[in-house]
Design a binder for this molecule. Structure first.
Ligand code: IPM
Ligand code: MG
Length: 375
């Protein structure tokens, strides 16, 4: 296919997507479901270890709802690098079908083959799941109570540089072009979720992050659309920052507690939320919700750490971030009290465990047992 045809095919595909977004059916109210099926997807590397910690903790926390049939757990197998490479499919059909039987699911980190791994080039399973299930809002809270930091990041999760990440074009031996996609509909639904949350949390300040001085079309549309949604919320203080100065302001402790809610396009959200998680104590401490109108996926924000497992250190992995993601999942399905219980137990574990990922540290099991005892 020549370059022009490829480009035209991409435009057509994205215009179709816009039409689908315009005609999207009404969203499911997860908190009102009569029965909730929760999936557990292990993933790679330390994934099975930290997922198991969540399975044990949630099994204890939700035992009454499980006994009464209001909640059902389902283990979903096959989202492993071995199976994905064998099938040459980043999201094998039977795995996606099993996930779609659930309302929400917890997912351990999955490995993405990179250049030089000697593995076939597969799209990231995370990205494929977010796109296939249309999980458009990536919600990542970061709190440091002693510094008065209470931030929630709303990262767009299906567009930006990720939308066509595997469909860039090698125009010639020397020229490569990738694409960035922003739509009004995709931005609006994210901004609406962010403002709705900001309002429910006591009119928290909202900051829109872009690089609209350079990415004039895409980030320009993102910024404009977010400000348009802001008009419906005059009681909320809304401003915007470019992503470079945002990365600096996050670590300016004279003023960073003024931030509340951030709205960001996909790639800036990816980068800035790692920085923010580090401020909280590292990516191992932060949970993440990937929310759509029909499904929602909850996960750690860190990778699968295959080296830890290879070196026999898997049992020293830190399940905190996935347990934090479990708190978000519980809130999402209307189990606010259970969420509070788990959150308190997690907060109580702070400072008591030294999760170094090595023999000199605590194990995932030790932390899990403590959490269960303190629910
Ligand atoms: C994240 C991760 C993913 C991303 C990777 C694993 C594809 O870094 O969830 O932030 O880039 O979104
Ligand atoms: Mg990331």
């Amino acid at each position: 296919m020549d370059v022009n045809n490829k480009f035209n095919a991409i435009i057509e595909q994205q215009l179709k997507r816009v039409e689908a977004l315009k005609n999207a059916p009404a969203p499911v109210d997860f908190a009102k479901l009569e029965k909730v099926k929760i999936g557990f997807v292990d993933g790679d590397g330390v994934g099975p270890i930290i997922t198991d910690s969540c399975r044990k903790v949630l099994g204890e926390l939700l035992k009454d709802s499980i006994a009464s049939g209001k909640i059902e757990f389902k283990d979903i197998e096959g989202l492993t690098i071995e199976n994905r490479v064998e099938k040459l499919n980043t999201l094998p059909n039977e795995v996606l079908d099993a996930i779609k039987e659930c309302n929400v699911f917890l997912k351990g980190p999955t490995m993405t083959p990179g250049k030089g791994d000697g593995l076939p080039e597969l799209e990231s399973a995370n990205v494929a799941l977010r796109k296939n299930l249309d999980l458009f809002a990536n919600v990542r809270p970061v709190t440091v109570p002693e510094k008065n930091i209470d931030w929630v990041f709303f990262r767009e999760n299906t567009e930006g540089e990720y939308a066509l990440g595997s469909q860039g074009i090698d125009v010639s031996e020397d020229l490569a072009i990738d694409f960035k996609v922003i739509t009004s509909q995709g931005t609006r639904r994210l901004a609406e979720a962010a403002f709705k949350y900001a309002k429910s949390a006591g009119n928290k300040n909202v900051t829109i992050i872009t690089k609209a001085n350079i990415m004039k079309k895409t980030d320009g549309k993102f910024l404009e659309t977010c400000y348009d949604v802001a008009k419906k919320y005059p009681e909320i203080k809304t401003d915007d920052l470019y992503v470079d100065i945002c990365s600096a302001k996050l670590i300016d402790y004279t003023s960073n507690s003024r931030f509340g809610v951030f709205i960001l396009p996909n790639l800036y959200g990816d980068i800035i939320t790692d920085e923010a998680a580090q401020i909280q104590g590292g990516v191992g401490t932060a949970g993440s919700a990937n929310v759509g109108d029909r499904y929602a996926m909850f996960e750690a924000i860190h990778g699968s750490a295959p080296r830890m497992v290879k070196e026999g250190r898997g049992k020293y992995s830190n399940p905190s971030s996935m347990l934090r993601a479990s708190v978000m999942m519980l809130r999402h399905i209307g189990h606010g009290e259970d969420a509070d219980r788990l959150e308190k137990a997690l907060d109580a574990s702070k400072g008591k465990f030294n999760m170094t990922g090595r023999e000199n540290g605590n194990t995932a099991d030790e932390l899990t047992d403590f959490i269960i005892k303190n629910l």
